[in-house]
Design a protein around this ligand. Structure first.
Ligand code: G3I
Length: 353
């Protein structure tokens, strides 16, 4: 392992929080939006956790994007390039180049850890997989192979994996997917076990959306992870995606909810925070968005051992929201011209308080 790769290793990485704030020597182009040094990564490090963002690979072509990425964030998630449809578009020809050649060197240069995203999901599966009928045994074998190969190919260089993504329905029942149908409800335990075998040092997460308030979905996640822990299945963390929208009420019970998971002894991370709105943008809506982001950050700071707070992209120029929710957008901390929005200042204020 090279020195740079070793610096990405998660062993002891969170303990070395001073390193999370500092940029490696030679990164001259880092920018902080505050204009007076000390990006969000430095403020978060003072509280003992890492500030993160999803990386939208096409954005990396823009030097202003790279500068903010370096100056503001100390942990990154690939928005799409580690998903199964990207890494194995043709059966048997798995290719991790996009993750390895773009994401990891970028993260290494900027002193960032990497959250791998994701290994088991019902979406973004390759066409060759979903367009054919397989036996249950074949599906189980393919999933095991996929996890073993992908985790193995990044072994030692990924701080944490979102192993199972979005396993629950809103009412707390288990989502029926290709995987739950083929392997049974224990596919989650199996996936975690396979991932652990491929990289015993990686922190392994189950990750979901709409987990923020106390309620049937977060209750079900609580029962699920408690059961996994009792059975000594390798589970280390729960990811709260944090996709909020200002047209819906803010989840006031977030602090209590985060703390009950932390009390189980698990890592608790915010993994995909953004706050969308109905367009057009107005000053009032931006102010409400700022309150929602600040609320999530304040809730996160109530944890005894915060780990990472990740936004799902940092600029409205590359957000997934408009493509999925027609007429909605402007969900991130920076506008399309990479100017900080009130939400950015609100998060700074919470961290500086
Ligand atoms: O790469 C192709 C491109 O070749 C093609 O021309 C273009 C035409 O549509 O599509 C491109 O792929 C798109 C891909 O993003 C890369 O931009 C897919 O269509 C599009 O579906 C995909 O959307 C991603 C979405 O997951 C897929 O479900 C979003 O970028 C990504 O932000 C989003 O992320 C998810 C998390 O993984 C899990 N939690 C929810 C979150 C938001 O939906």
């Amino acid at each position: 392992m090279t020195d740079a790769a070793r610096s990405l290793s998660r062993r002891g990485a969170l303990a070395a929080m001073a390193g999370a704030a500092m940029l490696p020597a030679g990164v001259a182009a880092a920018t902080t939006a505050s204009g007076h040094g000390g990006g969000l990564r430095e403020l978060a490090a003072r509280h003992g956790f890492r500030m993160g963002t999803a990386i939208h690979n096409p954005g990396l072509a823009d030097p202003r994007y790279r500068a903010l990425l370096a100056g503001e964030f100390s942990i990154v998630s690939p928005e799409n390039v580690m998903k199964w449809d990207t890494v194995e578009p043709e059966r048997g020809l798995a290719d991790y180049t996009a993750g390895q050649l773009i994401l990891l060197p970028t993260a290494q240069r900027y002193g960032q850890l990497v959250r791998g995203h994701n290994l088991v999901w019902h979406a973004q599966l390759p066409d060759w997989l979903i367009q054919k009928t397989w036996t249950n045994d074949q599906l189980a074998a393919m999933l095991q192979q996929h996890i073993t190969d992908e985790v193995g190919s990044f072994r030692g260089r990924i701080y944490a994996w979102d192993v199972v993504n979005e396993p629950l329905n809103e009412d707390g029942t288990l989502r029926q997917t290709l995987w739950s149908q083929a392997i049974g409800t224990d596919y989650i335990a199996q996936a975690l076990t396979w991932a652990h075998a491929a990289d015993p040092g990686a922190r392994l997460y189950v990750n979901d959306y709409n987990l923020e308030p106390l309620g049937p979905k977060s209750d079900a996640m609580y029962v699920l992870v408690q059961d996994l822990m009792k059975r000594q299945i390798p589970i280390h963390g729960v990811g709260f995606q944090g996709h909020l929208a200002i047209q819906y009420p803010y989840p006031d019970t977030l602090p209590q909810n985060l703390r009950r998971f932390a009390a189980l002894g698990l890592d608790v991370a915010i993994t995909e925070a953004d706050v969308r709105m109905e367009l057009p943008v107005t000053a009032d809506k931006l102010a409400t968005q700022a309150e929602y982001f600040a609320g999530m950050m304040s809730a996160y700071l109530t944890l005894p051992h915060p780990v990472s707070f990740t936004v799902w992209g940092f600029t409205d120029a590359h957000s997934w929201v408009p493509g999925v929710f027609a007429g909605q957008g402007a969900a991130t901390l920076f506008d399309e011209n990479l100017r900080p929005k009130p939400a950015y200042d609100a998060i700074r204020a919470v961290l500086e308080d």
